[in-house]
Ligand binder design. Structure first.
Ligand code: SAH
Ligand code: MG
Length: 952
């Protein structure tokens, strides 16, 4: 008789699963539930048409038909929302009790028996299902094995079966074997449909399939069998033995499980156990291993109480268990193979050593980050999140979520606390709980680096500060790690990213030194405002310990690269770097903290005698932010000594083996090189470009509101006063001015932007597009890709032209050219031009970034940064600017006035940003502006938007 357990553990597994309405309906009605989604045309007069996408947003509604009733949902933007809504309506109508939906143990057993019976039906054999492929394959076996289905594959191929098993015995989560006694018991209860084996792990259909079913489903292969070679990985049980590639030779008539079995030293597939999928959820990569002798139990014993028999001290395969997240014993095979949902063909992918090592390093935060950047030996998880724009690779929040998935934890729970800044102190503080959790944090601290600057409460939107807490919990909702930083941020997203990064940084510290004493564990956590529940933490990460210990012993004698740490910025340049060789002339353009750098690089494995050299990783263009530890410290130390155009070559000690092999395509070859010779890594890098956000940072640090904002506001004010209806922004960049204009009501009807950077223009287009649909005044907007120094008739005769911080980005003669073209051909009634005041730079430099003060070797850098931005070709004094502007004005019959923002006109050294406002006095005599030269137009329309009136 079957042992029935009521309450207790089965319920625990289900405790936290809240099913979506649609899942409830499907669970209850199966294929009798018919969800039909239809497109609904939005009302004709709905929204004004957009020039670039004529199609309005599509709406969907869902009609759900169930036996006896049908419901229709409201309309939704997303199909799945419509379906969920319809399901919800049906649940309400039918009065389905959601809580009683969980099957009782008895129900689960009954369903399990039904499902097993179904799987052995005639219909199932001819259906396309990952499991029916196994059924067909075993029917092609010859002799005694014909038709014997290995029980372990049944649960991994059929989720219904595995879910039922889970609800009967939640322990199957950690031990894949435990499904076997459950399915065997169910088979024994199948009223003669299924025959089970005595002391074996297979079952089969009691009576043979009818011949016509056999004929149509199991196609006998004629001719000589073909071979398919599939690369897999053998993970030996002993951590001392090496992981190695193995080739499976699967013939077109054979059963792949038998081939795997033989590689494991078994006779056939019936005693092979299979893990859950490893890595991505959609993956078919699984670990295969031999069932232990004592698994061969007789079915009369209690199917739920096999636990005692399952302790095989010593034979646990720590590495495979770590990867698979389940207990795996003995030698194991890692393979990506199975049958498909949509065809009868065997599906497989080679699992290379590289892939294996990538899976391994994706268990730790820095590994996840390195993989997201495709730069395993070069990138490091940065220790600081400065701005969204400077971050490369997966964002901290994403990485934290991936990490939790990798370790089979629940999704992290973020809680946001928003607090009004000063001036609005009476309004109540609001809490946003992204997933539960209350917060009692009252304090707002002004943090550095992307966080809130004091006195920045100039507009309503920045009057709120966000703090983010995060909690990492196990699948059973036991808390493991909590992080509650005090920093506040103007943007909610920044607070989430920063908190996530803190947790990731700490986890990295832990994984680097997994045996660190408890005090150190606590003190490193404290610095980052992290609390750990030791008991739960060590329970969840117990298996990591054995694995990472092995790395330490494995690489004994080989020095580790110091991975990313919070003390990164203190790394002495040159440390751990040898044979450094810098080539090329010093261009004077050097990176400094906060710069975005572009490098090309290659990393090779070289033997000491340089006899052998294998390229492991390379990139033609790799971009990263400097000063936050976004690359290995050695590279950062070297690159800060380079100027644009220079190359460097240097060597370092080996990185940990798993990183090297995760980077290398030809792992096997490097593997032998690594184990036989004394090697080191050789990096070759060239500094291609530097994008310098220094200017922005100085402007933000020194001015409130930031200088860029003041410039824009200055222009907006002039635009409003002028009552202009048309505007062209020369060198509009990412559209900061055009964007700001849409926040104000102006008389403008047409706005145009032109720039040579298509990257910036596409950013501008995105912003404008989303804003214009809400703005009611503007009738048309165009963005052109083209140079402002060349004539284009479509830029002529605007009421106002703006050119903010652009001329210094071109050579001086081009700046003169622009002035001439603008005032002789484009002829705006007003032209506003701004550019940095070079004389103000001393003040900016004195107040320079704090991070640069830390580094005594940095002097050369700040000196070489003559201009505010490395892309500046010149920066003019007040005198030079005045000279340029007055000459132009006189030549083209304009008046000019000087002004500026940041600082004051009367105080030395004048404004930080100097501004000239040109006004047209009269049109050039004798000719209207030259409309007839359209053929010379050179600009390309990159994006265009028109507000269509309802009559047109
Ligand atoms: N006006 C913007 C962008 C300033 S940055 C703002 O205030 O935010 C300078 C911009 O000038 C860059 O986007 C660059 O692509 C653009 N630029 C430089 N030379 C140009 C040229 N010859 N024609 C058009 N745009 C140019
Ligand atoms: Mg500039």
């Amino acid at each position: 008789m079957i042992h029935m357990e009521t309450g207790g553990s089965p319920a625990v597994a289900m405790k936290n699963t809240t099913l979506a309405p649609k899942s409830i309906i499907i669970q209850k009605f199966g294929n009798k539930a018919n969800f039909e989604v239809e497109e609904v045309q939005p009302a004709e007069n709905g929204c004004p048409g957009l020039a670039i996408s004529q199609k309005g947003p599509c709406l969907y509604r869902c009609i759900l038909q169930l036996p006896g009733i049908a419901v229709m949902s409201e309309t939704f933007k997303k199909k799945k929302d419509a379906e969920q809504s319809a399901a919800e309506m049906a649940i309400e109508k039918l009065g389905i009790q959601i809580s009683t939906n969980r099957p009782t143990l008895q129900e689960a057993w009954d369903k399990l028996v039904d499902r097993v019976t179904d799987l052995f039906s005639n219909e199932f054999l001819s259906s396309l299902h990952p499991l029916s492929g196994h059924f067909r394959a075993v029917l092609q076996r010859e002799g005694d094995l014909c038709g014997l289905i290995p029980v372990p594959v049944m649960a991994i191929c059929d989720s219904k079966l595995s879910n039922l098993c889970k609800s009967i015995n939640p322990k199957v989560e950690s031990n894949p074997f435990l499904v076997v006694p459950l399915i065997m018991t169910a088979a024994a209860r199948s009223s003669g449909v299924v025959a089970s084996s005595e002391g074996q792990l297979w079952i089969r259909r009691q009576n043979p399939y009818p011949p016509e079913i056999m004929e149509s489903s199991v196609s006998q292969i004629s001719g000589s069998p073909r071979s398919t070679f599939i690369e897999v990985i053998r993970i030996p049980c002993s951590l001392e033995k090496t992981v190695e590639p193995v080739t499976l030779d699967v013939s077109s008539t054979g059963y792949y499980m038998d081939v795997i079995a033989r590689k494991l030293g078994l006779i056939d597939a019936s005693s092979v156990l299979v893990s859950r999928a490893v890595g991505k959820a959609s993956s078919e990569t699984r670990v295969y291993f031999a069932a232990h002798q004592s698994y061969f139990l007789d079915t009369s014993s209690d199917p739920l109480n096999v636990k005692e028999a399952l302790h095989f001290e010593g034979s646990l395969n720590a590495m495979a268990s770590y990867l698979g997240g389940q207990d795996i014993y003995g030698d194991a095979i890692l393979a990506s193979i199975g049958y498909k949902w949509n065809s009868k063909d065997l599906f497989y992918e080679d699992v290379s050593l590289q892939l294996y090592y990538r899976m391994l390093i994706s268990k730790i935060p820095s590994g996840l980050y390195k993989l997201s950047r495709e730069a395993v030996l070069t990138a490091e998880l940065p220790s600081a999140f400065t701005t969204r724009a400077n971050w490369r690779g997966s964002f901290p929040r994403e990485i934290l979520c991936m990490f939790c998935r990798q370790h089979r934890l629940s999704e992290p729970v973020f809680s946001i606390v928003s607090t009004p800044l000063k001036g609005l102190s009476e309004s109540p503080k609001s809490h946003t709980k992204l997933q539960g959790k209350d917060s009692t944090e009252e304090e707002i601290e002004h943090a550095t680096g992307g966080a809130i600057a004091t006195g920045a409460s100039e507009s309503a939107e920045s009057a709120v500060a966000y703090q983010c807490e995060v909690k990492i919990v196990s699948k059973c909702q036991d808390w493991i790690i909590e992080c509650f930083p005090k920093n506040s941020f103007k943007k909610q997203n920044d607070s989430i990213q920063n908190t996530s990064l803190k947790v990731l940084s700490w986890l990295n510290v832990y994984f680097r030194d997994i045996d660190m004493p408890l005090e150190k564990l606590n003190s490193t956590a404290n610095i980052l405002n992290i609390r750990i529940c030791h008991e739960n933490f060590f329970k969840e990460f117990a298996s990591c310990r054995s694995i990472h210990n092995v790395y330490h012993s494995e690489t004994q004698g080989v020095k580790f690269l110091e991975p990313n740490s919070m003390s990164m910025l203190n790394t002495m340049p040159g440390q751990g770097v040898f044979s450094l060789n810098i080539e090329g002339p010093d261009s004077g353009v050097c990176p400094s903290n906060g710069s975005l750098l572009f490098i090309s690089y290659s990393v090779s494995l070289v033997t000491e005698d340089e006899h052998m050299k294998e390229i492991l990783e390379s990139s033609d263009e790799f971009e990263f932010e400097i000063g936050v530890g976004a690359v290995i410290p050695h590279l950062e130390a070297v690159v800060t000594r380079l100027s644009v155009g220079q190359s460097a070559c240097f060597k370092t000690d080996l990185a940990p083996k798993e990183f090297i092999l995760a980077a290398a395509v030809d792992s096997a070859r490097n593997f032998s090189l690594l184990s036989s010779e004394s090697c080191c890594l050789e990096y070759s890098i060239t500094l291609l470009r530097v994008t310098e956000p220094l200017e922005d940072r100085m402007e933000q640090a020194l001015f409130s509101p930031p200088l860029s904002k003041q410039r824009v506001e200055y222009a907006v004010q002039h635009i409003r006063e002028s009552h202009a209806t048309t505007l062209v922004d020369f060198g509009c960049g990412s559209g900061s001015l055009l964007d700001a204009l849409l926040n104000h009501s102006t008389s403008l009807e047409k706005i145009v932007g032109i720039d040579i950077s298509t990257k910036s223009l596409s950013r501008a287009a995105k912003i404008l597009h989303s804003k214009l649909s809400k703005n009611t005044d503007i009738k048309s907007a165009i963005l052109y890709d083209g140079s402002i120094t060349k004539f284009d008739s479509r830029l002529c005769e605007f009421d106002i032209g703006t050119c903010l911080e652009v001329i210094e980005h071109m050579e001086e003669d081009q700046a003169y050219l622009f002035g001439d073209v603008a005032l002789s051909s484009f002829l705006p009634k007003i032209l506003i031009v701004s550019t940095p005041n070079y004389e103000y730079n001393v003040i900016l430099q004195k107040a320079n970034l704090p991070s640069q003060e830390d580094d005594p070797d940095d002097k050369t850098q700040s000196q070489s940064c003559k201009f505010r931005n490395h892309d500046h070709k010149f920066e003019w004094t007040r005198e030079q600017f005045k000279c340029w502007a007055t000459e132009l004005a006189a030549k083209h019959n304009y008046s000019v006035e000087f002004s500026g923002v940041g600082g004051s006109a009367d105080l030395e050294p004048g404004f930080a940003s100097q501004i000239a406002v040109f006004r047209r006095m009269s049109l050039p005599q004798g000719e209207d502006h030259p409309k007839d030269v359209d053929s010379a137009d050179h600009c390309n329309v990159i994006w265009e938007w028109n507000r269509l009136t309802s009559s047109s």
